[in-house]
Design a protein around this ligand. Structure first.
Ligand code: NAD
Length: 261
């Protein structure tokens, strides 16, 4: 029996932690050869080593052009091709507009927007050259689709979503599909850091769960595995007619009005 990612070479940025690591594991379990890219080289290599199939771990900063060229070239050098890409690396930032600093704004935009620009441009150029199509998924956020009290983060994620739509149009002529996922409240180290901003502990977790219809009903966050299954679908051939969309994986937060009690 074949798996949806049999032999495909799939690169995951931010693959050393959270939903990136969960997706690397999911794709590997479904037959992919996985390239794990992360700022933290040691953890990227650890995740790669822990996977069930062929894998490579690379340390790189997605906001740096030379690093982007290097991680793409390393994937091709190791596995001979690059078929699917999950541009997922990101940093959080829970600061309202009125409190935001220029330095912090630039730092968040560098990773969450410039990093996506560099990853999309590099992947599309490579896939055009390879001439055999491909698929790309970008992690945005529910904050890419609505205003939020995360000013710089929300702006960068809105921008990333705009790039996905552009890339879907530019990629179509050479068979590359480009989509976004918009997670909300997924149980990862980034989410746990947000709990800290709200005072931490059970009370903060419960308050965050309660912002989401399914979270309130089940008293939990979404899981990395729930995100990974969506990414696996969008990167695979079963999603062959899907490009230029954002799929929320958010427990219903985007559909709820503020008065859902
Ligand atoms: P996480 O912190 O567990 O993982 C993020 C990973 O990205 C880390 O391993 C980190 O080292 C890496 N990274 C950060 N900056 C990098 C850089 N410059 N170059 C390369 N790697 C870098 O967080 P996560 O929750 O798994 O986040 C994954 C993505 O999901 C991010 O883009 C984040 O903005 C987005 N997101 C998360 C949530 C959530 O609820 N957790 C919600 C919406 C969107």
């Amino acid at each position: 029996m074949t798996s949806p990612h049999d032999d495909a070479v799939v690169l995951v940025t931010g693959g050393a932690s959270g939903m990136g690591a969960a997706t690397a594991r999911h794709l590997s379990a479904h037959g992919a050869r996985v390239v794990v890219v992360d700022l933290d080289a040691r953890r990227a290599e650890d995740v790669a080593r822990s996977l069930s199939g062929p894998a490579l771990g690379i340390g790189a900063d997605v906001s740096v052009p030379e690093d982007t060229e290097r991680y793409l070239a390393a994937a091709v050098e190791e596995f001979g091709s690059l078929d699917r890409v999950f541009l997922n690396a990101g940093i959080g930032g829970a600061t309202p507009l009125l409190e935001e600093t220029v330095e912090r704004f630039d730092a968040i935009v560098a990773v969450n927007l410039r990093g996506v620009f560099l990853g999309l441009r590099g992947s599309l150029r490579l896939m055009r050259e390879q001439g055999k199509g491909g698929a790309i998924v970008v992690t945005t956020s529910t904050a890419a689709l609505a205003g939020s009290e995360l000013a710089a983060y929300s702006a960068a994620k809105h921008g990333a979503w705009a790039l996905v739509r552009t890339a879907a149009i530019e990629g179509a002529p050479f068979g590359v599909r480009v989509n976004a996922i918009a997670p909300g409240s997924i149980d990862t180290p980034m989410m746990r850091a947000l709990e800290g901003v709200l005072g931490g502990g059970e009370a903060a977790a419960r308050a965050l769960h309660a912002t989401t219809p399914l979270g309130k009903a089940q008293d939990r966050y979404g899981t990395g595995e729930e995100v990974a299954r969506l990414v696996g679908f969008l990167l695979g051939d079963d999603a062959g007619w899907i490009t230029g969309v954002t799929v929320p994986v958010d427990g219903g937060v985007l559909t709820a009005d503020p008065y859902h009690f």
